[in-house]
Design a protein around this ligand. Structure first.
Ligand SMILES: Nc1ncnc2c1ncn2[C@@H]1O[C@H](COP(=O)(O)OP(=O)(O)OP(=O)(O)O)[C@@H](O)[C@H]1O
Ligand SMILES: [Mg+2]
Length: 367
């Protein structure tokens, strides 16, 4: 069993830099947990503390049942794959993969068996005699993963392993790491700043900001029910649209008044939104929840808005419309063949059942 538990873990560097703040996180046995957040938020530092490469300032880290705070990295039974791969240039692929096992004094026959097995799994058997400089970026990345696999660790720690690869290779390696996890059935903590990787790979996603965990949940829960505005804006591409406006009540119904546009709030949100009448809030709505009225058969008039279309961006499978209310700009994803006139007013329909509202002061989700 190899669950990983972080209990109120904090890290302050000697220069007083407080980069991880009171992180509590449980990773289940065999789970694929993705730690995601923007650059500098403390992801690598968190991973390095789990690996034992960085001391914890306060809090506890458990791997399995064992408290590992004072256990040196080499005895933690975790393997880390670094962004830079960190493979030795003067060693062959075989020697790179064998190195850790050799240091631990494994018998030669066992080393050969394990390296061959991992090379087979990663389709790099034909590369075993090559030096790293004779490999492509993707192949080097596989060697780095291979070196982690041969150790048969309890936990794999990946620190942005795909960020040096081009877009196509990244996509390919993403699915390969996915498949590898299914085969190895190991516990994985995977760090990335790429929300697409997070969405597609994680059983659960832990979203981090300024050293603090914002939300830990399965990808669709994070996408559909973000805990606050930061998470809402971070997960999803294009990012969620935000507009500031006022909640008003008219004839027992609640509306969001942006100044230029007015939309009706769906009734099942009334209970939560009623405390904000005559106050400013932030409306959040994803680009796929806004439709060109021309393509909607029965558009509810109370959710139809008139805005200016500034840019039309054909993406092939769909079209991005860049729109302006006069106060806010936002994006809608429209039908592939939709070609509204640029710099003309057009009518759009907001699917208000998919809208989110955030407290303007705290940025926490209201509903
Ligand atoms: N040894 C150190 N001493 C002082 N500050 C450090 C040290 N290492 C990292 N930091 C700072 O800690 C913060 C978090 O760094 P960390 O590497 O954990 O971020 P990250 O989330 O992995 O970012 P990235 O996505 O860019 O890799 C940064 O502001 C960084 O400058
Ligand atoms: Mg990092």
């Amino acid at each position: 069993m190899a669950q990983v538990r972080l209990q109120n873990v904090s890290k302050t560097f000697s220069n007083g830099n407080k980069v991880v703040r009171n992180v509590t996180l449980g990773v289940e046995n065999k789970e694929f947990m993705v730690l995601v957040g923007s650059s500098g938020c403390g992801k690598s530092t968190t991973l390095r503390m789990i690996a034992g490469l960085e001391q914890v300032t306060s809090g506890k880290i458990f791997i399995g049942e064992q408290l590992v705070n004072d256990i040196p990295a080499k005895d933690r039974n975790v393997a880390m794959v670094f962004q830079s791969y960190a493979i030795y240039p003067h060693f062959t692929v075989f020697e790179n993969m064998a190195f850790g096992l050799k240091l631990k004094g494994y018998p030669k026959s066992e080393i050969i068996r394990r390296v061959n097995e991992a090379a087979e799994l990663l389709s790099i058997k034909h590369l075993l005699t090559r030096k790293p400089r004779q490999l492509s970026g993707g192949e080097r990345q596989r060697v780095a993963v291979g070196r982690a696999i041969v150790r048969k660790p309890l936990v794999f720690l990946f620190d942005e392993p795909l960020s040096n690869l081009d877009a196509k290779l990244r996509l390919q390696m993403r699915t390969e790491i996915h498949k590898l996890h299914l085969r190895l059935q190991s516990t994985v903590i995977y760090v990335t700043h790429d929300q697409v990787e997070a969405m597609t790979m994680g059983h659960r996603i832990a979203v981090m900001k300024d050293g603090q965990l914002q939300q830990v949940a399965d990808p669709m829960a994070v996408y559909d029910s973000p805990k606050n505005k930061f998470v809402a804006g971070f997960i999803g591409s294009p990012p969620m649209n935000f507009m500031i406006g006022r909640i008003i009540k008219k004839d027992g119904r609640f509306y969001f008044n942006e100044g230029s546009i007015l939309v009706k709030i769906v009734e099942n949100m009334n209970e939560k939104i009623k405390d904000f009448v005559d106050k400013d809030v932030i409306l959040g709505i994803r680009s796929e929840d806004i439709y060109d009225k021309l393509f909607v058969s029965e558009a509810p008039p109370e959710n139809t808005v008139r805005v200016n279309c500034e840019v039309v961006e054909p993406m092939g499978s769909e079209v991005y419309l860049y729109l302006n209310t006069g106060k806010h700009t936002f994006i809608a994803r429209a039908h592939a063949h939709d070609r509204p006139q640029v710099n003309q007013n057009m009518e759009l329909v907001f699917d208000m059942s998919k809208a989110h509202f955030f407290n303007k002061e705290t940025e926490e989700t209201i509903c």
